[in-house]
Design a protein around this ligand. Sequence first.
Ligand code: T4K
Length: 411
Amino acid sequence: MVKQRVTDLGIFGGAPAFSEPVHVGRPNLGDRQALLTRINDVLDRRWLTNDGAYVQEFERRVAEIAGTNHCIALSNATVGLEIAAKALELTGEVIVPSFTFVATAHALAWHRLTPVFADVDPHTHLIDPRDVEARITPQTSAIIGVHLWGQVCDVNALQDIADRHGLKLILDAAHAFGCVTPDGPAGGFGALEVFSFHATKFVNSLEGGAIVTNDDELARRVRLMRNFGFLGYDHVGSVGTNAKLTEFNAAMGLTSIDAMDDFVRLNRRNHQLYASGLADLPGISLKTYDDRQRLNYQYIVAEVDPAVCPISRDRLLDLLWAENVRARRYFYPGVHRMEPYCSQMNPALRLLPATERASARVLVLPNGETATPACIERICALTRFAVERGSDITAQLELRGRGVHADVLSG
Ligand code: T4K
């Protein structure tokens, strides 16, 4: 529905532009028939989990795309980061960006390691190697770089710092499956990299993750840890956990990989549609990427500049939610502002200006298979209307209390 007047907006009681919620992270499904065929195979074989045939095939395909010697499929990326910390025998402090999904830090804290938050580059949103180096102490044992939005972080600078200080380098590659830099694909950097194949990722295995590495001994340890430390039937050699991927998950993962080039094409097309739909809007910029990297384009990241845009990021978010567009403020407010980190953190280390800036500006918009050109056109038209009438909308909203986004979240 085209909005003619400000009072037509959902936030003022008008009919929402979409009858159903349009989500960021709506899963891509790929070829449903191929998936069902694989699921039938699993049932016929009666081999449902524990290193089954599809898990092994999934590992081969992931390793091939990542260009690594080893891939160990896991139940999710969070447990992958936990296993990485155990397998690399991390201790004390680990430097991580604050501008990331909370799992990057939780995986450490869960194992009594202390995440130390580093700032990011204000333009790329990637961990800033100079700030990493400034935060190293005698307790630091590792650095976790995050390939945010699928951009591979500055792995050469991070590896150099890690080598000079005797630290391990782990890469949280949850967003970066299939991304390729001039130095090679995401997967082969640092001691190991961790992918996520959660339902919301452009290639998904419902839930799922993987550790990839070129280190034979590390791969062996990770594989044992994934399955309780079992060396064989009745033979346990070390402490482990249960982080196994099931055959249904691998069936979905393989089906998703089959369609991955189509998904990337679709994501790129969507990015271009958003770029032209949001062009020339004051204070709204769509994140563009370094052409030297081949990216998966799974996140459509807009930034709202409060000094220029006539409507604030949070009011725009509220307005979109009232139209059933479930845009997201990833990764607001920054992990350093979440508990328990916020209370435990040394106040002197809380200065993360680029993280604060990005968390105050970013708005992630729907993408993937379900974001059709018509849907994107409507989201862009709503955003344009909101920006063009921003002052009027803001004035009227100030008369109201809470926003729709807050109302929906609080149920
Ligand atoms: N490191 C980084 C940098 C990460 O971004 C993540 C995960 C991890 C590590 C850990 O990976 P995993 O352990 O999850 O493998 C989502 C995802 O759950 C999370 O995996 C992802 N990052 C993060 C960026 O996004 P939330 O908090 O946004 O909520 P969620 O999962 O409820 O989904 C978002 C939206 O997607 C929903 O509003 C609706 C839609 N959705 C979701 C699911 C699951 C659907 O339409 N259908 C679905 O089946 O975290």
